[in-house]
Design a binder for this molecule. Structure first.
Ligand code: ATP
Ligand code: MG
Length: 247
C-alpha cells in the first residue's frame, strides 16, 4: 500500500498499475521500459499538464468530434493505465476501441478485449483481417472496419514506425507521448505531450464541453494548430521548468 500523503503518490500508483498489467498478462515486459522512459520525461516536465499540452488536448478533442470514423487504439500500457478513461472518451466522441499491440500475440489481444469488456466497453473492433502497408506482418494486423478504415486514429503511446505508417495511409493521427523528441511525436498530426493518465480525461472533458459546438468552430481550432510549433513550445516548457529548479 502506498500512502496517499506520499509526495509522488500518482507516479507510484502508475507504476503499480503497469506492474499489475504485466502480472495479468495484458502489458508486455517492454511496456515496463516504455513506462520508465515516459516517467523520466514526466519528471523533467514537472509531472503536470503544461499549457501547451492542454492546447493540444483541446485540438485532439475537436478533431475526434469532427471525425467520421474515429478509432481509439489501445496497447498494453494504455489498457493497464487508463481502461475506464479510454472507454469514457470513446463514448464521448463516438469512437470504438481497437486493441493494437506492438508485441502482438492473439492471446494478449483477447485478454485486453476481455479486460475492456469487463470494464464496460461496448464498442470494440476485434477482427485482424487487414494490414497496415509497410509494416511487418504481426505488427501490421488491424481490423478492416476499424483502424484500417478510420479517418482519425488516437494512439496513446504508439511506436514511431507505425505512427508514420498510419499517417502515410492518409489518416489523421493523434498521439499521446511524453517524449516531445520521439519519432511518434514528430510524425503525428497532433501530439499531446502529457501523461496518458492526465491526457485522456482532459481530452474527454474538452469533448464533452464542445460537443454542441458548431462544426466551423471545431474546424477552425484544428486548422490553426501547428504541431511542430506546439512541440517546440513543449521543449521550451521543459527547459523553463529545469531552469526554475536550477535557480
Ligand atoms: P519512437 O519509436 O516514437 O521514437 P521510442 O522508441 O522512444 O519512440 P517507445 O519505447 O516506442 O519509445 O514507446 C514509449 C513511448 O511512450 C516513449 O516515448 C515514452 O515517453 C512514452 N510514454 C510511456 N509512458 C507514458 C505515459 N504514461 N504517458 C505518456 N507517454 C508515455
Ligand atoms: Mg519506438
Amino acid at each position: 500500500m502506498i500512502p496517499k500523503s506520499h509526495p509522488r503518490y500518482e507516479s507510484l500508483m502508475t507504476r503499480e498499475k503497469i506492474i499489475d498489467g504485466v502480472k495479468r498478462g495484458i502489458t508486455s515486459m517492454q511496456g515496463l521500459i516504455a513506462e520508465g522512459r515516459g516517467e523520466a520525461f514526466d519528471y523533467l516536465m514537472g509531472e503536470k499538464t503544461t499549457k501547451t499540452a492542454l492546447e493540444a488536448e483541446k485540438v485532439a478533442a475537436s478533431l475526434l468530434l469532427l471525425a467520421g470514423r474515429p478509432v481509439i487504439s489501445v496497447n498494453g500500457n494504455a489498457a493497464a493505465l487508463v481502461p475506464d478513461e479510454l472507454i469514457k472518451l470513446g463514448e464521448a466522441v463516438n469512437a470504438p476501441l481497437e486493441v493494437n499491440l506492438f508485441h502482438r500475440t492473439e492471446g494478449r489481444v483477447n485478454m485486453i478485449i476481455e479486460h475492456l469488456r469487463s470494464r464496460g466497453a461496448r464498442s470494440i473492433y476485434t477482427k485482424s483481417d487487414a494490414f497496415i502497408p509497410g509494416i511487418e506482418h504481426e505488427r501490421a494486423k488491424v481490423d478492416s472496419d476499424g483502424i484500417f478504415n478510420a479517418d482519425v486514429v488516437l494512439v496513446p503511446l504508439e511506436d514511431g514506425d507505425r505512427c508514420k505508417a498510419l499517417a502515410d495511409m492518409g489518416k489523421r493521427v493523434i498521439a499521446i507521448d511524453l517524449n516531445p523528441l520521439s519519432r511518434t511525436a514528430r510524425t503525428a498530426h497532433i501530439t499531446v505531450v502529457d501523461n496518458v493518465m492526465r491526457a485522456v480525461p482532459n481530452i474527454t472533458g474538452f469533448a464533452l464541453d464542445m460537443k454542441l459546438s458548431e462544426k466551423e468552430a471545431l474546424q477552425k481550432t484544428v486548422r490553426e494548430f501547428d504541431n511542430s510549433e506546439n512541440l517546440a513550445r513543449s521543449i521550451d516548457e521543459l527547459t523553463a521548468h529545469l531552469r526554475s529548479i536550477r535557480k
